[in-house]
Design a protein around this ligand. Structure first.
Ligand code: DQA
Length: 144
């Protein structure tokens, strides 16, 4: 069975309550259920592991552990670390499988500082602005 890892960064544990007009109304568990349902509806039987941390160190350690695993792809929403973290960029470079960066909002339409996505420089693709659909579409892109 194909295995995927989805990593979510800081403040994404507050999804649902946090600026729903920007990030949507689903919380992280709701996005996970939505993603599983959409994949199941299309007949895909995949193993998707979800991980969230507010800490840069925990995210880096999770990426290190994942680099030893056998994932078909790593999907990551580094959240604000996308704009700041060379350490996460460097960790992602260790991954052998494709890395897809997801953002719920379209960061290009927001503040200037969100336009620079440091971590995306180690991603094969970036999906943004599609709210909860982004994670599902990132996984689907590796199955079709
Ligand atoms: C985000 C966009 C980031 O700029 C922001 O810091 C987040 C969420 C998104 O999913 O749209 O926390 O990654």
């Amino acid at each position: 069975m194909d295995k995927f890892l989805v990593i979510n960064g800081p403040n994404l544990n507050l999804l649902g309550k946090r600026e729903p007009e920007i990030y949507g109304t689903l919380d992280l568990a709701g996005i996970e259920s939505y993603t599983n349902k959409k994949l199941g509806d299309l007949g895909y039987n995949v193993d998707v592991e979800w991980f969230q941390s507010n800490g840069e160190q925990e995210i880096i350690e999770k990426i290190h552990a994942a680099s030893e695993g056998s994932y078909k792809a790593l999907i990551i929403n580094p959240a604000a670390f996308s704009h700041t973290s060379i350490a996460i960029l460097d960790a992602l470079r260790v991954m052998k499988c494709p890395v897809i960066e997801v953002h719920l909002s379209n960061t290009n339409l927001r503040e200037e500082f969100r336009k620079n996505k440091i971590t995306a420089k180690s991603s094969s693709a970036v999906i943004e602005g599609l709210k909860e659909k982004g994670y599902f579409l990132a996984i689907l892109s590796q199955l079709i």
